[in-house]
Design a protein around this ligand. Structure first.
Ligand code: HXC
Length: 258
């Protein structure tokens, strides 16, 4: 598809996007953010795709925003181009589930990008961190907000203030990742998980994503009401009829996204 900083494939019903800047530990630059936004948008519109995996290499998911690209920029440059904002906004508009499959370093913008996915599976060699303080800046694509929601204020504050890294065991213990798997099994496990999601109704999967994400944005009462209305609305779909009929008939449901 002509991308230079990422690789994209579709395998069965799963879109796989691999960050691919091996000489720079997959550091995120403007080109990569732009290509990633375009690739995700096109996978989101591709009817055969029901789940997406975002991954990097076995050494690095991404070691942050590209420090060499940013180093000489002024406030006016950053503010006027609203650095990384278009790419991240496009990312957050994707309606299909996105799994981050993280091996190696997920630092700074890399950790933030993983947290923008719907959940994180990681390899036992994964290392997460928000080391921006070492560069004289703070996180810029949601790290102070999302890490705090994932792991709580105390650990988030410590991570951002010291710039230290968290290993996979600590990441699992503190709720940053859903599961840790041996490094060599990461992609197989991510594909297996994505395939399981792809068997479900894509409409229901989108509803789950909207409802769970709503829990970050609103009060409990409003969130529960939003969930109940989605639950009600899904009774207008063929997939609900199919799912419940299949249960009664003791067979596997065939969801068509209708
Ligand atoms: C640019 C990077 C990079 C980065 C690594 N490289 N991280 N280039 N931006 N974020 C490059 C190195 O310069 C080097 O290039 C090559 O990748 C290999 O990296 P090494 O440092 O030689 O590898 P190693 O010793 O194994 O150390 C790995 C590392 C370290 C621990 C991940 O590279 C590191 O600390 N990187 C920076 C992490 C960081 O501070 N991230 C936060 C960025 S700020 P050469 O050419 O020398 O071989 C951020 C803000 C987000 O993310 C907000 C955006 C709006």
């Amino acid at each position: 598809m002509g991308y230079e900083t990422i690789r994209v494939e579709v395998e069965d019903h799963v879109g796989i996007v691999r960050l691919d800047r091996p000489d720079a530990m997959n550091a995120l630059n403007s080109q990569l953010l732009d290509e990633l936004g375009k690739a995700l948008c096109s996978l989101d519109q591709n009817d055969t795709v029901r789940a997406i995996i975002l991954t990097g290499s076995d050494k690095a998911f991404a070691a942050g925003a590209d420090i060499k690209e940013m180093a000489d920029k002024s406030f006016v440059d950053m503010f006027s181009e609203d650095y990384f904002s278009a790419g991240t906004e496009r990312f957050l508009r994707v309606r299909k589930p996105i799994i981050a499959a993280v091996a190696g370093y997920a630092l700074g913008g890399g950790c933030e990008l993983a947290m923008m996915c719907d959940f994180i599976l990681c390899a036992d060699n994964a290392k997460f961190g928000q080391p921006e303080i070492n560069l004289g800046v703070v996180a810029g694509i949601g790290g102070t907000q999302r890490l705090t929601r994932f792991v709580g204020k105390s650990k988030s504050m410590e991570m951002h203030l010291t710039g230290r890294m968290m290993d996979a065991a600590e990441a699992e213990r503190s709720g940053l990742v859903s599961r840790v798997v041996p490094a060599k099994e990461l992609m197989a496990e991510a594909l297996k998980t994505a395939a399981k999601i792809a068997e479900k109704s894509p409409l229901t999967a989108m509803a789950v994503k909207e409802a769970v994400n709503r829990s970050y944005e609103t009060t409990l009462r409003e969130g529960v009401l939003f969930e109940r209305r989605l639950f009600n609305a899904l009774f207008a779909t063929e997939d609900q009829k199919e799912g419940m009929a299949a249960f009664a008939e003791k067979r596997t449901p065939q969801f068509r996204g209708k």
